[in-house]
Design a protein around this ligand. Sequence first.
Ligand code: ATP
Ligand code: MG
Length: 672
Amino acid sequence: MNSQTGTPDHADTRVGGGSEIDHLLEETRRFPPSPEFAANAVAGAELYERAQRDREGFWADQARELLHWHKPFTQVLDWSMPPFAKWYADGELNVAYNCLDRHVEAGHGDRVALLWEGEPGDDRRITYAELTDEVKRLANVLTDLGIGPGDRVAIYLPMIPETVAAMLAVARLGAIHSVIFGGFSADSLRSRIDDAGAKLVITADGGWRKGKVSPLKPAVDQALGERNGLGVQETVEHVLVVRRGGNEVDWVEGRDIWYHDVVPQASAEHEAQPFEAENPLFILYTSGTTGKPKGILHTSGGYLTQAQFTHRNVFDLRPESDVYWCTADVGWITGHSYVVYGPLANGATQVLYEGTPEFPEPGRWWDVIEKYGVTIFYTAPTAIRGFMKQGRQIPQARDLSSLRVLGSVGEPINPEAWMWFREVVGAGACPIVDTWWQTETGAIMISALPGVTETKPGSAQVPVPGVSIDVVGEDGQHVGSGNGGLLVITEPWPSMLRGIWGDPERFRETYWEKFESQGYYFAGDGARLDEDGDIWLLGRVDDVMNVSGHRLSTAEIESALVAHEATAEAAVVGAADETTGQAVVAFVILKESYLRQHGPEGLAQQLRTWVGEQIGPIARPRDVYIVGELPKTRSGKIMRRLLRDVAEGREVGDTTTLADTAVMSVISAQVR
Ligand code: ATP
Ligand code: MG
């Protein structure tokens, strides 16, 4: 409702529908790096100064210092045809050589690359020399199967060492991988294989998940079988199958090949050929939180430079002594940049874990940290809030004292979840880096540097050195400290997407059209700048609520709810309302520890009042529903548009990218 005229104005939550986002929540806790950490940090404040002086020169230095170039580049950025950028265009490199061979040649062949832990408890240690060997053999096999530069290879595998080898072998040949998350169905697989026109699929019989073998090859068979049925031109010539689950699988003679029948026998001699810096490296589909996933294209030199640079500096990585663990699946961008390319380009030692956090019991991840002495731990808010729900006694029963840096990615981290991460997991001593980025950005764009930045719970804070970010109004003008608006990237960056596979027009429209005259990339997220100019992510612009003319962010109200002792996790949406235009509707999950001592009676009312006190009456939810589960994408992000359907009593929309499609009927029933 418009407060001046008293008439309800139609809630418009789309971009362009209103003014800046009102800023509500105040967070005053501050955590400077300890003097010891700051004194020994990998990255110091001089990186910002260097990048400030000469941004392109800075990225040229990074590319030269961090990577091995078969042919050195002479140009840095070519932005003559925006929005299509070229970085280091006349240089040549081999991405796999940079992740493997050069470490072996430098005498680090015996260093462990992968500390792999299978869900049933089996484990393998793989050194850089061994991984290099495996990749060379596999590259020879792929060559025999007709894979060469530019060919697309679909990878549909569990979290096993062969998955890393497969990505690198494809990269080594200058071919393009498209990794498809193992949790996706035959349908999703088929549309992704078709979109990319893949010539080869690399899969496994199955992988371990929650104590059972979750089959993979049957989905590939179904995807390829159905496509033949539809009469669509078959592009897939072969299916290479790793044995992992031991489950029975059908076999198509001539098409299907067991990995173990060909790879160990293949020659381990393979010389990496150089490719142009702009040679495509991979296609990866976004998580699909807001709608139909987009096939994002990344190339080689710029991508690897920024992945390696951020992995080293944001996590304070010391390759010779750290044990790094990123819990993301390789099917997501975080798995590409911070399980495969960043860590391996840096020569790091890392944990790779196959299964789920709660198998065989809720403490499994903490057991993994204790077993391998993990020092750097990178995970997602959804996981942290899941652990908060179970209670602190579970991590506290393990020795987590090896940890020294903690990272978060995927969604805004609520200040209370941040504090829990810091105190319970990090024993109050580890710096936390909240890293904002996207499939499209390829690498971290906004984050604290752990030895430099005084951190603030819930804020991603500052662009990494060499990255230019702003928060602007609808008119493209900087909003100024203390205000909310739209997050934009104002200058090209090395790991930026080079397009949407097969759809240059959608690329331009989705990211560049909105601020065409300024030449800004629009990220789709809302953000605000605090008085120090630090950035706070406020959630998707599509999810912004308009209550009586005030534009409210989902992240701030959710954070207030999570700050209540009863709440583990919360999602809020704006639902159409006759008097206020839109009203805040909240869905909350309670902590198990709270439920052991209290009933849920009266809690909805208490939470409404609580939000009113924490951030003001305007943000007080009209309805609070206590639910057992929230709808999430397979990468763990809350899908608010489905909750909006429930809140407005509509039929629930497209649920194909949801992790568990049954969740929505449960929630609808609980709300009714
Ligand atoms: P789609 O674009 O298909 O809807 P998606 O945006 O979920 O899917 P990703 O590229 O995996 O696909 O996610 C990027 C988004 O995740 C960002 O735009 C942002 O909304 C959110 N995000 C990632 N990291 C952070 C963070 N540290 N703080 C706040 N939000 C984050
Ligand atoms: Mg997105």
